[in-house]
Design a binder for this molecule. Structure first.
Ligand code: NDP
Ligand code: HSE
Length: 440
């Protein structure tokens, strides 16, 4: 049987997962694709570092060039993370004409188009299934399964760490920092974990999803982002009382209310914590699981679900890319499926300020007559309707929570009204606001 030599750079959570998965299922993969993938060398930072799965000492080196530049190495995995060493590794391998498999969404978000161009220049390819939603084959689905569809809406729970934290906070009223530490111990979180909790990891992934769905590279700075730091147990509790669950969502939505302008498709591309109806399937996605809801104009609604992070789930996606890369090498069709294909329709990312949605607002106000009227007046002047108000009984002290559900309004108008409300003397803490997604 034909053998292809693999050089791995990075042998941590994902890298050791891939090494282990190849030991476990390498023969199965070989039987299916007719090529055996042989690990030749694994570059790490320190050979002494403990790994989730052991990698025998004889495979290890601390010099990644020794791996990438080895003439015997035909395929390269970049499983280091970050945008410095990882970029050098990927560029070096591509310039040598070697296919690269990466799980690095931060790198793709920062340098995707340049790296795809580099791959094309050198007649090779960059594979990145593992960069979005761990084990869910969502990129293959978008690229191949939906090739005959326009994707009109995509809602994704795309960050395992955030979903893990929000689930534990909701179900067990667990403390944010404690659960974050557990997510780090499980190997779910990025280094540093701020990338997860401030929404940037989801922003990187949503950019990749939007780009594949619409055939235009959407740079990260076009994607409005908010993380989960502001969410308190009180918000989760009030959202639940109102029939909602809070999820960090990546949203790629064709805006229906706007007519196509000069042939451009108006798109919302954003990441923020949103209230989703508790009876919607996305509300039931728990723990480290991810899910992506994709609506195609031919297929209708579809849902993809699975583990979004962790050594084994992510290794499964890397194995899938290894199989594709190996087949492309053997068949000599290195450019059979370019990493990124430009789409026919021009797109325009609509600024979040112009996107219309309903909102959940939590204020901390002084408990005295006339407060609600002053707040309602600000919303009234901004032509923003209030759908319902909760001032829960039983709160003692000078400051009490006041929850408002707002009718649909442009994002910018709500933001400006809340800025004014924040300056009212009766409001004692910055307003907290989450958008409501009906997912219809
Ligand atoms: P880890 O920190 O667990 O592993 C990183 C690996 O890179 C380690 O083996 C480390 O060596 C090695 N490394 C660091 N610097 C160098 C260097 N200069 N030369 C050679 N090797 C080096 O990260 P993960 O495995 O969690 O993540 C890897 C990538 O996969 C990231 O891009 C991440 O975003 C992505 N990803 C992670 C997922 C997850 O669940 N963890 C899921 C999907 C994608 P040493 O072991 O000696 O420290
Ligand atoms: N830190 C990422 C997450 C890893 O929690 O989703 C998977 O990409």
């Amino acid at each position: 049987m034909e053998v292809l030599n693999l050089g791995m750079v990075g042998g941590g959570t994902v890298g050791s997962g891939v090494f282990h998965a190849l030991q476990q299922n390498g023969a199965l993969l070989a039987a299916r694709i007719g090529i055996r993938i042989h690990v030749r060398k694994v570059a790490v930072k320190s050979v002494e570092e403990p790994r989730p799965y052991p990698i025998p000492r004889r495979f290890l080196t601390t010099n990644w060039r020794e791996v990438v530049e080895d003439p015997q190495v035909q395929l390269v995995t970049e499983l280091v993370g970050g945008t410095t060493v990882a970029r050098e590794v990927v560029e070096t391998a591509l310039r040598l004409g070697k296919p690269v498999i990466t799980a690095n969404k931060a790198l793709l978000s920062a340098h995707g188009p340049a790296l795809f161009a580099e791959a094309e220049r050198h007649g090779t390819n960059l594979y990145f299934e593992a960069s979005v939603c761990g084990g869910i084959p969502i990129l293959k689905a978008l690229r191949e399964g939906f090739v005959g569809n326009r994707v009109t809406a995509l809602y994704g729970i795309v960050n395992g760490t955030c979903n893990y934290i929000l689930t534990r906070m909701t179900q067990e009223r667990a403390d944010f920092q404690t659960v974050l530490r557990e997510a780090q111990q499980e190997g779910y979180a990025e280094t540093p974990p701020d990338l997860d909790i401030d929404g940037h990891d989801a922003q990187h992934k949503t950019g990749i999803l939007a780009s594949l769905a619409h055939g235009h590279w959407i740079p990260a700075d076009y994607i409005a982002v908010e993380g989960i730091r502001a969410i308190t147990p009180l918000d989760l509790q009030f959202a639940a009382q109102l029939g909602y669950t809070i999820k960090l969502l990546g949203i790629v939505k064709q805006l229906k209310e706007r007519a196509r302008h000069q042939g451009e498709v108006p798109l919302q591309v954003s990441v923020y914590p949103a209230l989703v109806p508790s009876d919607h399937v996305l509300a039931r996605v728990q723990g480290v699981y991810n899910a992506v809801f994709v609506r195609g104009d031919v297929v209708g609604d579809t849902l993809f679900y699975g583990r979004g992070a962790g050594k084994d789930a992510t290794a499964s996606a890397v194995l899938s890319d290894l199989a594709d890369a190996a087949l492309d090498v053997r068949l000599g069709t290195r450019r059979r499926r370019p990493a990124f294909v430009k789409g026919p329709d021009a797109v325009r990312v609509v600024p979040l300020d112009d996107v219309v949605s309903r909102s959940f607002v939590r204020l901390s106000v002084i408990d005295q007559p006339g407060v609600l009227a002053r707040i309602a007046a600000v919303f009234g002047r901004a032509r923003i309707g209030i759908a319902s108000v909760i001032q829960p009984e039983g709160h003692t002290g000078e400051v009490v929570p006041l929850i408002l559900m707002l009718h649909e309004a442009p994002d910018g108008a709500v933001r400006k009204a809340l800025d004014r409300i924040a300056r009212l003397p009766v409001v004692k803490a910055p307003p907290v606001r989450f958008r409501v997604e009906s997912l219809t």
